[in-house]
Write a protein that binds this ligand. Sequence first.
Ligand code: UDP
Length: 239
Amino acid sequence: MVEPKYKRVILKLSGEALAGKVGFGINPLVIKEVVQEIKEIHALGVEIAIIVGGGNIWRGTTGAEMGMERAQADYMGMLATVMNSLALQDVLENEGVPTRVQTSIEMRQVAEPYIRRKAIRHLEKGRIVIFAGGTGNPYFSTDTTAALRAAEIEADVILMAKNNVDGVYSADPQKDTTAIKFTELTHLDVISKGLQVMDSTASSLSMDNDIPLVVFNLNTPGNIRRVIMGEDIGTTVRG
Ligand code: UDP
């Protein structure tokens, strides 16, 4: 049997991944499709930690544009990620996959607080750990959370699942027909060329800590498994 390429992974889902075509809110049927894919790689024995964004509910920058205090708006964004994490946990558990949610901001009635060593123990026991609440700090993103937690739990890779784009391009392929897709990049390329992969804080953290990423299209069924098995789909970004 072919072994998975990665043993411990961080899967980064944007909030949009839970919303479906409307692009807003939480759609349990859409989550179910993603969960089937996660279940498949879980069955291969891969240790999986998941980070979900909150953009399907609220983004701090949107609040700031409307005149809110940025930090306040960002805390709302962090809470949105908790809602998404609980929805994802519910669907995973309905499918028989054991999970734990850990929040960066304490809310003990809702989920465990983030404790690094405990998270690692859950992973070793075959539980999927969902890291909710981002980093717990305003002015950061869930991409940065993915890089931070990947470093902390010594993940082999961050799987950056994207909606309707199959990798990193030189320009927006929806708008520019001359855009070319990269198969391999360095974090420095991403930063210096200003490529749309993660925000610069997340890229710097990934570069400084040598964390590889694979950017791929979540909307093609089977893609998470393909990446896990080492198929060259999407774009790989390394140190
Ligand atoms: N957020 C934050 N600190 C963090 C992570 C997230 O303040 O460490 C807030 C921020 O307002 C952000 C929102 O939560 O806009 C949702 O996260 P993100 O934009 O990363 O979600 P995604 O785009 O992946 O859906």
